[in-house]
Ligand binder design. Structure first.
Ligand SMILES: [Mg+2]
Length: 404
């Protein structure tokens, strides 16, 4: 794939098309990646640019909107105010928790398709994790003291409402250059998360949860493959316990349902559609759209993400392709082809943050995509979130002027 960094073609589409929709990931795209998620920062002008795009923009993230770790807190910090984002509608509109948690720009949250029992179990997960975490860390780092363990618990266990997460970044720092240690951390905590799913099953929650690993090497038999650390790629840095069906490509369906519903007064998939009612595979999702969405209602979609991976398999005969943005970007690309629309896929190189990832400037698209990869990027921001944000702000301004 050629790396296109020229924004002109896409700008023409943005300035001249009637019906467009941005669907954008958050971390690594408009927020530079950091080791400690509590230190994430958002650009103020970006927040206002999103507001200018109005109903033509949604976020789609596996992070969450609400809670102490939520993106809403970053917005309040950036604007130095807890009231004005709500009053002025400056929260990022769209889906979080991989398609489960919707909010409008006033920060009003809704979530459908989840049972009381599932919510209750999710809220208990951080407590279930804690003793297991302590045991694993003591096994791996026998010298560690209790105070340090406490520190790492705070950094590593994220008590997010819909997606309790274990993050490895702070543990990776303990023996920075020990590759085997990094792999041990990944292996042990993957097992811990699988044990939690078994425990949920023992409580009768049989088809409720799955593990989302970031970044991953695609899926095998419906299970995500962990990306083990190598000398020059940190590999998977976190594992989330997610509600079954919480997938970004299902999120695209929910967002389209809302977008078209707002425009035409009729939601194509019905008023009670949610992520749990989405068809499971990509082909079925496409047929579903073709069945229910009229061609004239389908917008040109611009999908933006930063987490796409491709790695040669061990036998070197094939590629393992994954990454948490892959499914939704592939879906958007395919949807465009099926509807005869040129949808646009933007890749933002997030390797310049604190988290080590393959960098396009250093090694091209290796580790990200390959020649046979069905997913093609129409535009690449190789200088990372800052470059993307500056461009995005310009686009929002122009589009706003044209429309108003
Ligand atoms: Mg991302």
């Amino acid at each position: 794939m050629e790396i296109n960094t020229n924004t002109l073609d896409l700008e023409k589409i943005i300035f001249t098309s009637k019906n467009i929709l941005f669907i954008q990931d958050i971390d690594g795209v408009c927020i530079p990646l950091v080791k400690d998620p509590m230190n994430r920062k958002l650009n103020k002008d970006y927040i206002f640019a999103v507001k200018q795009f109005s109903d033509e923009f949604f976020v789609l993230t596996c992070g969450e909107h609400e809670g102490i770790r939520g993106v809403n807190r970053i917005i309040e910090r950036t604007l130095g105010n807890k009231v004005s984002p709500k009053e002025r509608g400056l929260y990022l509109r769209g889906l979080a928790a991989c398609g489960v948690e919707y909010q409008n720009n006033k920060g009003e949250i809704s979530f459908e398709g989840i049972s009381e029992k599932e919510i209750k179990f999710l809220s208990s997960v951080p407590d279930i994790m804690r003793p297991k975490f302590i045991k694993i860390v003591k096994d791996l780092f026998p010298e560690i003291d209790d105070k340090s363990i406490d520190y790492h618990i705070k950094k590593s266990i994220c008590n997010t409402r819909f997606s309790p997460t274990i993050n490895f970044n702070s543990l990776f720092e303990i023996d920075k250059n020990d590759l085997n240690k990094r792999r041990d951390i990944q292996d042990r905590f993957e097992k811990m998360m699988n044990d939690i799913i078994l425990y949920a099953e023992s409580l009768g929650l049989r088809n409720s949860f799955f593990l989302h690993i970031s970044p991953n090497l695609g899926t095998k038999n419906g299970i995500e493959i962990i990306k083990r650390s190598t000398a020059n790629d940190i590999g998977s840095t976190d594992i989330q316990l997610l509600l079954k069906g919480a997938l970004k490509d299902s999120g695209v369906l929910c967002l389209l349902n809302k977008f078209i519903g707002d425009k035409t007064g009729r939601k194509p998939f019905g008023d009670d559609f949610n992520f749990r009612k989405a068809p499971t595979n990509l082909e079925a999702k496409i047929s579903f759209c073709k069945k229910y969405i009229r061609e004239k209602d389908m917008p040109i979609i611009i999908g933006i993400g930063d987490t796409v991976t491709s790695q040669k398999s061990l036998d070197k005969n094939s590629f393992l392709r994954g990454g948490s943005d892959r499914s939704f970007l592939e879906f958007i690309q395919l949807l465009g082809l099926e509807f005869g629309i040129k949808n646009n896929i933007i890749f933002v190189d997030s390797s310049y943050g604190e988290v080590y990832r393959p960098s396009i400037k250093e090694s091209g698209l290796k580790g990200i995509t390959d020649k046979q990869d069905p997913l093609k990027f129409d535009l690449v921001f190789q200088n990372g979130p800052e470059e993307y944000i500056n461009w995005f702000i310009k686009m929002a301004k122009r589009r706003y002027q044209i429309k108003n």
